[in-house]
Design a protein around this ligand. Structure first.
Ligand code: NAP
Length: 259
């Protein structure tokens, strides 16, 4: 398979790195030349990754093309390109709807939206795709979990979950700062927190029948210190505030007509 990319930035680098870390990787990659440094770096690291002369040259030699430019410039870049009816377009542009992409890449009609995250470089995390497409699932399934989505509302709602990463790290940072303020050396505290939360990340997989509320209960021994923190944060409306933030992101995504 020959896979083209229009836009060679953070996400493209992550996808290519993930694809190239698979043994017996069958994908040959053609990159658009911007960003020059990222494109040439990827091409020098992997034998079957090449940089095309320009965006059109990517389309001319590839049947499957991932769109990975920022939304702000998509309206300027895509209308200048000649797509073919037979192109399979996989748009990674988070805030442009599938209908918009179909309009910008006509006469191509096979258009899939995918939302991979940079951790695909390490073949971790999950990618949502809409509408379900077996080829996209096969391609991105090697880079982590694929969640196929049947309608745009579900895609938008799932996208909201990806807005919580920074707050998650702020949560860990708060614990880290507290440990430092109580005499724990920086690296020791960081290592401890990283290992604890890596372990917690496995809990839903090891107890597949338990929902998150039950996991919270399981970890909150009655009268114990986990129950104390959970109760105190609940009393401070921390989780209500989180739910309100999710509503706000959802309104923003829905207003942009993302999917
Ligand atoms: N990063 C994420 O976590 C993430 C997750 C999901 C979806 N996405 C979506 O993925 C898309 C790319 O995100 P990103 O984080 O990879 O952005 P990025 O790092 O800014 O990459 C975009 C690349 O497009 C290049 N570019 C600019 N003008 C171009 C043109 N005329 N033709 C071709 N390429 C051009 C830029 O090159 P220069 O550096 O030379 O300007 C830049 O390297 C966005 O639409 C975003 O919504 C990102």
């Amino acid at each position: 398979m020959k896979l083209g990319f229009i836009g060679t930035g953070t996400l493209t680098a992550a996808i290519v790195t993930g694809l190239k870390s698979v043994a017996d990787d069958p994908v040959s990659v053609v990159l658009s030349p911007r960003n020059e440094e990222i494109a040439s770096n990827l091409a020098s690291r992997y034998p079957n990754v090449h940089v095309a002369a320009d965006n059109q040259a990517v389309l001319d030699v590839c049947d499957t093309v991932m769109l990975a430019v920022r939304p702000q410039i998509a309206h300027q870049v895509l209308p200048e390109l000649r797509f073919r009816r037979g192109h399979h377009v996989i748009s990674l542009i988070a805030t442009l709807s599938r209908e918009e992409i179909i309009g910008l890449t006509a006469p191509a009609t096979r258009v899939t939206k995918a939302l991979p995250m940079p951790m695909v470089a390490h073949r971790l995390g999950a990618t949502i795709i809409y509408p379900p497409d077996p080829d996209v699932t096969a391609l991105l399934g090697g880079l982590g979990k694929v969640i196929e989505v049947e309608n745009s509302q579900e895609f938008d709602a799932l996208s909201v979950a990806t807005a919580t990463y920074a707050a998650y790290f702020k949560y860990l940072d708060t614990i880290h700062h507290w440990l430092k303020a109580h005499g724990v050396p920086d690296t020791k505290g960081r290592d401890y927190i990283a290992a604890l939360f890596k372990g917690l990340g496995h809990a839903p997989e090891t107890a597949p029948d338990a929902d998150f509320a039950h996991l919270a209960q399981d970890y909150a021994t009655r009268g114990g210190i986990n129950e104390q923190v959970l109760n105190e944060l609940t009393a401070h409306n921390v989780f209500e505030a989180l739910a309100e933030s999710l509503d706000g992101v959802h309104r923003r995504i829905s207003a942009a007509g993302a999917t």
